[in-house]
Design a protein around this ligand. Structure first.
Ligand code: DP6
Length: 328
């Protein structure tokens, strides 16, 4: 192997998962993984992925370990290849990753996984993470790893733009005392990945075009609600975007239904909370889990209501968190 142009070493990065308030579902360019719609998300502090990347001259191949188990994952190799290309590095890497969320259960670990891997690999080649966030080629690489992953590079509320494929922070994690109460309502991995689900929805759902067409107005409404710190307005947009996305999925052939019975029970609880005057709004992604957006002051009441549906140990109150961060 030839000598690299940059100092080689090791780096560890943490990236929080992010939950979309205005959803991404569908692609306008599958090769570049460009989304068909913009999206807006909240990065969380308590759930995410920690990854260490070491470029090691002794290795003859890349090795990847997830949660203590050796894995083969073409997305990890593709990300490493991309970083090697950008940073003019040739060495193979050892990647050790730990998820603090259930893998492939619809709790967005692919986003935190891709963001943590990219950040750690970039830093392990001597790259500066702040510079990476401003580097279009780096963002493109992270987005190819997972369409929602660039959002985890930033903390707080974050927007990913459909047209540029770029990402920008909208409101820092500390600027609004929000909480996302996450109820994990199944333990099995999801049956159909987001990637497959999106392709099927776009190809077969008669509602897909309507979903894409109605989307820009939700982005406008969400931005205005954030600007005004108007949680009822933001919560309403989030629920509307969620149900419209799931309506498009349900219209696919064969239909895509990610919910289970407990999903509906949890949604009933959220409605009852609202009727009782608690500001709580629900969202679901490509899995049965329900995530509830509320203010910090209401998080305990929300968690209590969700613990009547989920195992209390599976209910997490998560705060807004920072973007991908390097660790010593
Ligand atoms: C339902 O980012 O996992 O969570 O780009 O194919 O990797 P790929 O998909 P992914 O999709 C996330 C979809 C979603 C909604 C969202 O997070 O915006």
């Amino acid at each position: 192997m030839s000598q690299s142009a940059h100092p080689i070493g090791t780096a560890t990065a943490w990236a929080g998962i992010n939950i979309a308030l205005v959803k991404y579902w569908g692609k306008r360019d599958t090769a570049r993984n460009l989304p068909a719609v913009s999206s807006l998300s909240l990065t969380l502090a308590e759930m995410g992925t920690r990854t260490t990347v070491t470029f090691d001259p002794e290795l003859t191949t890349d090795v990847f370990e997830l949660d203590g188990e050796p894995r083969e994952d073409p997305r990890v190799i593709a990300m490493l290849d991309g970083i090697r290309g950008l940073r003019r590095v040739e060495r193979h890497a050892r990647v050790v990753s730990r998820n603090h969320v259930p893998t492939a259960s619809g709790l967005a670990s692919s986003a935190s996984g891709a963001a943590a891997l990219a950040a750690a690999a970039w830093a392990a080649t001597g790259g500066d993470l702040a510079a990476a966030r401003a580097d279009r080629a780096f963002i493109e690489l992270v987005r190819r790893g997972s369409g929602s992953a660039p959002r985890s590079l930033y903390g707080g509320l974050v927007e990913l733009d459909r047209d540029s494929g770029g990402v920008r922070p909208v409101l820092s994690a500390s600027a609004w005392d929000l909480r996302m109460v996450v109820a994990r309502l199944a333990h099995a991995p999801k049956k159909i990945s987001s990637r497959q689900g999106m392709a099927r929805t776009a190809a077969t759902s008669p509602f897909y075009g309507a979903w894409v067409d109605a989307h820009p107005a939700d982005m406008v409404a969400a931005r205005a609600a954030i600007e005004a710190r108007d949680l009822p307005a933001l919560g309403a947009v989030m629920e509307r975007s969620t149900y419209r996305m799931h309506a498009a999925m349900l219209g696919a052939d064969p239909p895509l239904r990610y919910w289970n019975g407990r999903t509906l029970d949890a949604l009933d609880r959220v409605e009852a909370l609202r009727a009782a005057g608690v500001g709580a709004w629900a969202t679901m992604d490509a899995g049965p889990h329900v995530k509830v957006l509320c203010l910090a002051a209401d998080a305990e009441a929300v968690a209590g209501a969700l613990a009547e549906v989920a195992d209390p140990a599976d209910v997490t109150v998560a705060r807004p968190g920072p973007g991908a961060t390097l660790e010593p």
